[in-house]
Design a binder for this molecule. Structure first.
Ligand code: AMP
Ligand code: MG
Length: 339
C-alpha cells in the first residue's frame, strides 16, 4: 500500500492537510495521527470493515478491543449507553486529556471495535491535530497505539514509520508526543470504578477526584491469572532483546555479573550512570523530572534493539506518582523481574 506522510505543525495545523486525512477516514482508510499520549492508528469507528484493517495492520489479536476517540462531549453520547454519576465527575475534570473511560456501549458500536464486549472505551484527546481530525471526519475514530502488537508504543513519527509504513494510507507527522505513555483507563461499569491501566494520570491524582479501586494487576505484574481487561494478557512494550527489571537496586551489580557474558546494557536515569562505569548504558530521563522518564521510556525501549549488547538490565523505580505508570510498562516489558 502507498503511504503518504503529512507533516503537520500542531501549533499551527494546516486545515487542508487535516481535511485530506479526514477524507481518508470517511472513505474507510487508515490514518496514523499524533495524540498527547502516543501515536494512534485510526479508522472510522462506525465502519466495521475499516476497523478490521486496524487489527490486520497491527497484527493485533481480535480479542483486544480498541479505544474510540471523540472530539466533543456530545459525541460520547453517540457511543455510550449512559454515563454514571461518578464517570461524569471524572469526565468533567479530565476530558479532554490523557484519560479513557469504559462505559456500557450503544449497539451502533461494532463488536469488532469492542472485541464482542458490551462496553466501550472512550477518549476525548486534547491534541490539536487529533481533535481537528476527528471533527473534520465527522465520526468517532477507533484507534489503538500505532505500533506492531507487542512492540513499544510510538512516541515519535520515526517509530510509526518503522512499524506502519506501507500498511496505512496516511501517517501524520506531528512531532514527539507530550506524555509518551498510553492513556489512563478507568472502568466505570464496575462499582466502585476500577483502574485498568495507569498512564499520564496516576493513582494519587485519580483518588483526589473520587474513589477508584486500584487492583494489584494495575502495577503490571503478570502473576494474576484472569486479566481484568482483555488486552492485559498479552506481553507488551517489549524490545526484542530480553529485559531484566531489577526492582531491588541493591541487586543490580549481582545481576550484571550474572549476565556479563551477554554484554548487558544498563537502563537507568541520568543521575545513576556513574555507578555503571565500564558497562553500556542507555539513559531514560532524569529523577529530577520524573515525567521525562515516562516521556523517554518507549523511545529507549526501541533504541536498545539497535545497540550492541545482548540483554537489557533495567533499574526499577518506586511505585509513586507517574513512576507507578512507568513501572507498569517496565514490568510488562520485562522477561524477568527481580524484586
Ligand atoms: P491501546 O489503544 O493499544 O493502548 O489499547 C487499548 C486498550 O484499552 C486495550 O488493550 C484494552 O485493555 C483496553 N480496552 C479497550 N476497550 C475496552 C473495554 N471495552 N473494556 C476493557 N478494556 C478495554
Ligand atoms: Mg497499544
Amino acid at each position: 500500500m502507498k503511504t503518504t506522510i503529512l507533516k503537520i505543525d500542531p501549533e499551527n495545523p494546516d486545515i487542508t492537510l487535516i481535511r485530506k486525512a479526514a477524507k481518508v477516514i470517511k472513505n474507510g482508510g487508515l490514518v496514523v495521527f499524533p495524540t498527547e499520549t502516543v501515536y494512534g492508528l485510526g479508522a472510522n469507528a462506525f465502519d466495521t470493515e475499516a476497523c478490521k484493517k486496524i487489527f490486520k495492520a497491527k497484527r493485533r489479536p481480535a480479542d483486544n478491543p480498541l479505544i474510540v476517540h471523540v472530539a466533543s462531549f456530545e459525541q460520547i453520547y453517540d457511543v455510550a449507553e449512559y454515563i454514571p454519576k461518578t464517570a461524569e465527575k471524572f469526565m468533567k475534570k479530565l476530558m479532554p486529556g490523557p484519560f479513557t473511560m469504559i462505559l456500557k456501549k450503544k449497539s451502533i458500536v461494532s463488536d469488532v471495535v469492542t472485541a464482542g464486549m458490551n462496553s466501550v472505551a472512550i477518549r476525548f484527546p486534547e491534541h490539536p491535530i487529533a481533535k481537528l481530525l476527528i471533527r473534520e471526519a465527522g465520526v468517532p475514530i477507533a484507534a489503538p497505539s500505532a505500533n506492531i502488537s507487542g512492540r513499544p508504543s510510538p512516541t515519535k513519527a520515526e517509530h510509526v514509520i518503522e512499524d506502519m509504513y506501507g500498511k496505512v494510507d496516511i501517517i501524520i507527522d506531528g512531532g514527539d508526543t507530550l506524555y509518551g505513555l498510553e492513556s489512563t483507563i478507568i472502568n466505570f461499569t464496575t462499582d466502585p470504578p476500577t483502574l485498568l491501566r495507569p498512564g499520564p494520570l496516576y493513582p494519587e491524582q485519580l483518588q483526589e477526584i473520587d474513589y477508584v479501586y486500584i487492583p494489584e494487576i494495575a502495577k503490571g505484574l503478570k502473576s494474576q491469572e484472569r486479566p481484568l481487561s482483555p488486552g492485559m494478557k498479552y506481553r507488551h512494550y517489549a524490545p526484542s532483546k530480553k529485559l531484566v527489571l531489577v526492582e531491588d537496586l541493591s541487586k543490580m551489580k549481582e545481576v550484571l555479573e550474572k549476565y556479563k557474558d551477554l554484554d548487558p546494557i544498563v537502563l537507568c536515569p541520568k543521575e545513576r550512570i556513574e555507578l555503571y562505569k565500564g558497562y553500556k548504558i542507555i539513559v531514560v530521563g532524569s529523577l529530577e523530572n520524573k515525567f521525562s522518564i515516562a516521556k523517554n521510556l518507549f523511545d529507549v525501549l526501541r533504541a536498545v534493539d539497535k545497540m550492541e549488547g545482548g540483554i537489557v538490565v533495567a533499574e526499577g523505580f518506586d511505585d509513586k506518582g507517574i513512576l507507578f505508570s512507568v513501572m507498569n510498562r517496565l514490568r510488562k516489558a520485562a522477561s524477568e523481574v527481580i524484586r
